[in-house]
Design a protein around this ligand. Structure first.
Ligand code: FUB
Ligand code: ZN
Length: 669
């Protein structure tokens, strides 16, 4: 029996940890991003996002006014990121920014929708309605809506599916429109998204005269399934299925559009997960965000169609990622070449890509797998990514962001070594390619839809987040101590019905099945795939679940050569790291005594209490006495070990106290 996310309006999050993050997004990030979309933050890279919609709307208006005498722009390629000569004086009728710049609005409005669903806000709604008017004015009469081509010339639209992002923009537009519609009941943007989807449906497919292609950057697949589930209109589901079935068909569609670029450093068909049909895929490859967005769509399709071959492929791809290609932080994408997965077990820390969006996509994939079958192997990773590789993407004030989330940083290398230019030692105000910040915003505002799913008769709790919700005739209040303690309390109150209540509670892998349950004595209790099924509860109950949470030392599989002889320290779902601010520079010289007790301390460095850790160790150096060829190398080294207490902070908080070295992995003494 499949489960579905609860209506976001049904989940009131009141949590000692996540309320802060949600409020940050609501009060700071959403307004800040609106300023950014309108190029009103002087110290940040201009977005040009709303500028482009206005320019396209102006052209559209002119076209209507001039009728047949309107001269359509003739397409000339101006680069994937077009910039004005003077960044603060863009021409009002030109397109600027990345080819997918429209999607920044869509992600913003999606976050706005989730936020309004739980926190009505008339002023924000007024701003959003105004933005929607601007966006909709840019839409062509046939439904097409991508400002890059509307402004630059429609004659080449849908001619470069491999690199251009029209179908990606469609996907994000659908997601944003559904969120806003669900929150407000206003369907203007939803209708625009449907019209664009209808246009795409009329243009793409196997039928004679249609384009037999599919998205170069996946997301339209999962968005169209969602549009189908929102509207009940089969055509959207069929279109999504077509895109998924078509991918990987030989010969490669993208090659028919135009030959592969010469000297491409990575294999382009792998980059797009189009090397073979999706049901035959065993290994997660290529651009990591694209990959997990595709796999999310595949999981939707497997759920909606019962297609076993597709589900098996999803399971294999999940295992490929999590057993061979995932950082301990829930980051994915081992190489910046093509922002891609590398080969199995290649997980370098200092050149990691681990794009914030990729971890977010992993959460999308996990939730969809959980909807098919509750298994903690999915929810454990979902939680890991959330507390670590995703939250690290945003500063504590919500005003600067990481795109790349490395596991080791030496600032000088980031500044001087071209191989590490993608790794930033401090968060950036904004990015020309600003996919990550609005992605964080939409995820955090919709957190409740990842924490819980429900089948007809069972409420699944995948993440422990303090919340109130109702389900099957019960009001349910959840209190959670995570990530500080593993103490969870669930109070259920019958609201009058007589059906029993069934709960499925995740027992996280990190507690190693050490937990105590009380208050559910009257129910049937079974455990399956890491979920505790409490069935047949009646009336009012107070259930306590105590998940053992203690700091632990973890090592990577020996095939991760990068981490041989090194360890990481975790506590529950939280991964810790060293910073030079606490431990001095040259973190590679620090070694931990893994047999020592790990001390928990509370620190106030971040403006609120944070559980930090201390472990005994040493700063180890080797000094030789006699030069070998030059002063760089010495013979007869003598080991010096100065005992120290190594201070560790949660990885998500690194680089919030200025620039310095950071490392998740520590040498083992
Ligand atoms: O191509 C759109 C987005 O930009 C991708 O998802 C990110 O990886 C970045 O390349
Ligand atoms: Zn991104």
């Amino acid at each position: 029996m499949y489960s579905t996310p609860l209506d976001i309006k049904n989940i009131k999050i009141k949590d000692s940890f996540w309320t802060r993050e949600q409020e940050l997004v609501r009060r700071e990030v959403i307004p800040y991003q609106w300023e950014i979309l309108n190029d009103r933050v002087p110290e940040a890279a201009p977005s040009y996002c709303m500028h482009n919609f206005k320019a396209a709307g102006m052209l559209n208006k002119r076209k209507h006014e001039q009728g047949a005498s309107f001269k359509e722009p003739v397409y000339t390629f101006r680069g994937f990121e077009a910039l004005p000569e003077d960044p603060r004086n863009p021409r009002e009728d030109e397109f600027y920014g990345f080819v997918f710049q429209d999607s920044d609005f869509s992600k913003w409005i999606e976050a706005v929708g989730y936020s309004l669903a739980t926190h009505p806000d008339k002023e924000l709604e007024r701003i959003a309605d105004g933005a929607i008017d601007i966006v909709c004015a840019a839409q062509l009469d046939n439904g097409y809506l991508d400002t890059y081509y509307i402004i630059n010339g429609m004659d080449r639209s849908f001619h470069d599916l491999r690199d251009h992002h029209e179908l990606y923009c469609l996907g994000h537009l659908i997601e944003g429109a559904i969120s806003y519609y669900n929150a407000t009941g206003k369907d203007k943007l939803l209708n625009a998204a449907k019209r664009f989807a209808d246009h795409v449906d009329s243009v793409f497919g196997n039928e004679e005269g249609k384009i037999p292609g599919y998205p170069g950057h996946e997301i339209a697949e999962m968005a169209l399934f969602r549009l189908y589930e929102t509207t009940g209109e089969e055509k959207y589901r069929k279109l999504a299925e077509y895109f998924i079935d078509k991918r990987g068909e030989a010969p490669l569609y993208f090659d028919k559009e135009h030959p592969q670029p010469k000297n491409q450093p990575y294999k382009i068909d792998y980059y797009h997960q189009a090397h073979i049909p999706v049901r035959q895929q065993n290994e997660a490859v290529g651009h990591a965000v694209r990959a997990v967005y595709l796999y999310s769509g595949m999981a939707d399709m497997a759920r909606l169609t019962g297609d076993k071959a597709l589900l098996n492929a999803c399971e294999r791809l999940w295992d490929s990622i999590t057993n061979e290609k995932m950082y301990i932080t829930g980051g994915i994408g081992g190489t910046h070449m093509g922002e891609s997965f590398s080969f199995p077990f290649d997980l370098p820390g200092d050149t990691a890509y681990a794009e914030t969006c990729a971890s977010i996509g992993l959460v999308f994939f996990a939730r969809r797998m959980l909807q098919i079958r509750a298994d903690r192997k999915y929810s454990d990773v979902m939680e890991l990514a959330l507390y670590n590789g995703i939250l690290s993407g945003m500063a504590l004030d919500g005003k600067s962001f990481f795109y790349v989330n490395p596991l080791e940083v030496v600032p000088e290398a980031c500044h001087k070594d071209e191989r590490k230019f993608h790794v930033k030692p401090v968060r950036q105000k904004w990015f020309g390619c600003a996919c990550c910040p609005p992605n964080i915003a939409r995820l955090i505002t919709s957190l409740g839809t990842y924490a819980f799913t429900a089948s007809d008769d069972t409420l699944f709790t995948h993440l422990y987040i303090g919340s109130s919700l109702s389900f099957n005739g019960y009001d349910i209040d959840i209190e959670s101590g995570l990530p500080d303690t593993g103490k969870v309390k669930i109070v259920t109150r019958s609201t009058g019905g007589d059906s029993p209540l069934n709960l499925a509670l995740r027992i996280p892998g990190w507690c190693g099945d050490s937990y105590q349950l009380s208050g559910a004595e009257s129910a049937d209790i079974t455990v399956k795939d890491g979920y505790l099924y409490i069935s047949g509860l009646k009336g009012d109950n107070t259930i306590s679940l105590d998940l053992k949470m203690e700091a632990a030392v973890v090592t990577a599989d020996n095939r991760v050569t990068e981490d041989i002889g090194r360890c990481a320290v975790v506590r529950g779902p939280v991964v810790y790291c060293m910073e030079s601010r606490d431990n001095g520079d040259a973190l590679r010289n620090i070694y931990a005594d893994t047999s020592a007790d790990i001390k928990e301390i509370t620190i106030e460095d971040f403006g609120f209490p944070v559980t930090a850790l201390e472990i005994r160790g040493a700063r180890v150096t080797f000094e030789g006495s006699e030069e070998y060829i030059s002063a760089l190398y010495k013979k007869a080294p003598v080991r010096k070990a100065e005992p120290i207490d190594i201070r560790l902070i949660p990885y998500r908080l690194w680089a919030n106290r200025g620039e310095g070295e950071m490392s998740v992995f520590i040498g083992i003494l």
